[in-house]
Ligand binder design. Sequence first.
Ligand code: PLP
Length: 360
Amino acid sequence: MGQLRVPGPTPCPPEVLQALSWQMINHRGPEFGKMIHDVTAKLKQIFQTKKDLYLLTCSGTGGLEAAIVNTLSPGDKVLAAPVGAFGERFTSMAEVFGAEVIPVRAEWGKAADPDEIRRALQKEPGIKAVLVTHNETSTGVTNDLAAISAVVKEFDKLLLVDAVSSIGSIDLPVDKWHCDVTVTGSQKGWMVPPGMAMVSVSQEAWQAHAKAKMPRFNWDFARAQKYLEIGQTPWTPAVSIVFALSVALDMMLKEGLSNIFDRHARVGKAAREGVKSLGLSLFADERYASNTVTAVSVKDGLDVKEMLRILREEYQIVLAGGQQSLQGKIFRIGHLGLITEDDIKEIISALKEVLPRVGA
Ligand code: PLP
């Protein structure tokens, strides 16, 4: 049947595919109004938040831009803790909108160090917000967000979280961990196609919003709130993705949050043990290895491109390569959303056959 195992887009269950074929409805009518309220309430359960939550028609990057422009002003000092390609993107976005970014970088493959963040916050007065990636998809690292949040809140700073490839698959209790803006994208663990970002907003983020001066229009949370109150979005939403989400969220809530997290933990462990059993090593510091994506280091002489081609063409298994400086140095197995340990077994068996053919 084939397996799409990049870290998003992820496969959709048949029930979700069915919902994608539903006839269009009026996005300013009562049927959509009921659906958006229902979807928002269910998303809040999975975000473990009682705060506000909005659907934005865009990919995860749009949601991250929303987090920045709704809470910051040009010239604001922010601390960013990038540990890979997506953290760097979040950092540059803040710079593009005029923030003065103080980066606290970790070597790719390592997790952000809460003590370093504390030292930077002590050293640099006047920091407004801290930008963190919960799960760095490019390196397969999950940061210790609870510990980072504790540090950020010691200093009473805003915490803006890229949870694009974590929330819904890995435990992220938004309210308990005091995340002010938390962003995810529909094509990750949610089992629906790309097209929607889901963003939670705390009271502290609203206070920052009242003073924030970065230009915003499409992503303005105030507009999203005003329209949600009447069961709408400010502009035409990706209606089919809302259909798909309504079905996928029911499936997720039926499985139960702790069962979802446990399944991802088992699948992640199976992926890590599987690749190690083939003599390969993990790129990520194993203490922080992600349960949604496994990055595998390749030894000199192993042709990653050819390996990915054979897996794709002969086994119908699609894995991901490395990004930016990691191209040719790692490959990645996405294991989020609709996945079981049997799927991982199939991938490991295929790798076992293919590796000797590509220089391993
Ligand atoms: N942040 C992380 C951690 C991601 O994994 C991704 C997508 O892979 C993004 C941000 C960007 O999301 P999108 O491609 O949906 O804009």
